[in-house]
Design a protein. Sequence first.
Lengths: 456, 292
Amino acid sequence: MKKIALSLLVLGLVLGLGLVGFGEEKEVITLKVMTTPHPGAPHYGYLGPVGDGTTQEQIPEWYENSPVVVYEKNHPNVDIKLDVDVVPKSNYTKQLYLAVSANKKYDLVRIDEMQVAQLAETGYFTPQFSEDYKQWAEDKGLYPNFVDGSTYEGDMYGVLDRTGSRAIWVWKDVLHAAGYTMEDISTAEGLLEALPDITETAKEEFGMSGGLEYPFDAGWVVDQSWGWLYQLGGSILEKNEDGEWVPGFNNEAGVKTLNYIKDLVGAGATLQRDWQWMLANFMDRKYAMTYEGSWAVSAVTSAYPDKSHEELVDMVGVIPTTVFEGKDLRALAGGWMWMIPRAAPHPEVAHDVLMTMLNNRESYAHMLIQEGNLPTSEWMFEAPQYKNKVTKDIPEPWYEQFQRGVAGGVHRPSLAKYSQIQKAFWDATQKVVVGGVSAEKALDSAAKQVRNILEG
Amino acid sequence: MHKYRAFVPYFFLFPALAILFFFQFFAWGWNINIALRDVTIMNFRRAWPFVGLQNFRDIFTDPVTLITLRNTAIFATTGIVSQLLIGTGIAYLLFRAERKVENIFRPIFIIPWLTSVLVASFGWRLVLGRDTGIVNMLISSLGFEPISFIGHPATAMLAIVIANIWRGTPFTILLMNSAMTSINPQLVEASKIDGASQWTFYTKIALPILKPFILMNTILITVWTINAYGLILNMTGGGPLNATRVFPLHGYLAAFSEGRFSFAAGITMLSVLMTLVLIYFYLRFYDVELVD
């Protein structure tokens, strides 16, 4: 009996030790991430849980579908920790430059479309997964402007997986009191014609500060102008006969674009230096209309939680951007993407996590919804996981408008010196709108400057 | 042992000099090196070609540079003169006031100087904001159209000058008030006995005593005002239409918005040179023997 007990004990020990000894321990991989804060995703960057585990309690539905958690389910031997540097937007470019110059070992860095070319040129980011991204773009029908926006010198450096659409938000009661409909102001000319009446009605009858507030805060404001420029047949840059880049705005389209902004101001639009306050101003009913973006939808819906969709649509109207008569809708559609540095300690894992998100509609949809962004492909716009959920928040006419805005988007040229080109056009815009300079003269000067930049 | 005594001071000075060398001269040398090469964010991780004085040529042919120099002159001149006059005036009033009054007001006047640049700039944006600002609330209540102070080139410079004066003046108050307090009361009594008028006392006795303090104050507020681009960056970002883009801010934006590091390094060097020239003229103008 003793022998049997002893044998069992030895067997148990051997089996126990064997299990401990041969049981696979999880490989812990820490992904170092740099991103900006977002009202919908203040800490997580929507890749996966970070820090003290509160993510799981706060947003359990998303937690289960977050890219990192899904990746871990598919790779049971891997335990991914996220180490996220959240940098304010106002300081982001500076921190990006410091990361590039110090060759910081991030695994994933969140990049604005307008910086893709410049940062790709630095050599800090790797194009090694370009073919995967191209395949994904083809399979999922990524809209062409986002393919171009993600590409530098033939390589895709990531996938512009989220975007926003510029949009004019309108208080319909003011619009109707002024004697106009949404249809009337959906064209560039219609808005211009109606603006003096809307402004007067807003001020006199509703005690508002003005009719329309127009952002005039910094260089990015030209994003609004690019849409009109493209509608009118112009472009930021175009290739000449020798295949060289030259300014594409120093023409009739450019002149009409800048004069249109000037005319809007003449018709009563208020130039807003504090764009951060624009949405709050609109929600406080200080203006009848505001040039904001699709992301403002959550502010509108959350301000009136008791209203039905029909009631909201009766109160507030949305136009993606005004279109010149006889022209097609074109609006600048930038966006954000994740890029992987060459110095990344775990580039393969970082890439796999990204692809997990891009291929998992549930996971992708949650990220978009939480951030209040829009997808960049037909595949996601039509995904039930996204559409069914998002149309609960976004009334149907708005959703359709946003999709039109994104699908009709144009991208910025993939040039490393884009920021300098943007500044030249922004200076020209300011000269015309507040500086009393003619559009022709301002654009001549900007074109000369851009030529110097391109040659330099 | 005795023969090494002469080296003892240098031995003790060495750590301080080494640190100074590293943080000042090395940094300066590095800045000069970058200014003479073509370094941008795009080629930062590759070779930096030597371009000589090309960056300085670029700075002076850049159409915005002249505007920024003009802006710097307006911003600095109005800022420095106003801070000196207002600060010295308030310091004098405090000096003449009863001790109780001085003790109450002196800490209050210092508050703006203790406020961080970020808080001060956002505070002023709120005060002057078109739709949110208290100033425009007053203007609207009087029946006038609100003014976009930081939204128009004509008023934006005024807005940043006021904010800078508000933030910088307390230092002058503090320094000049302390300087006035240091005047020997016996001198005041003696001048009275000798029949000197108040004007004579201040111009012939007090002013020469205060001269070194005024000089030091002028130098410090010049350096701070010329380099006060943080306030401007947060208030206007240099706009609208480059109306508030001062020279150092031009450099900052070139480096951290466009990644043109050599261009920015050149501007940094020229800014320091500009400040040194001003200080030289101050020394000549005030004619103060600092060593004494």
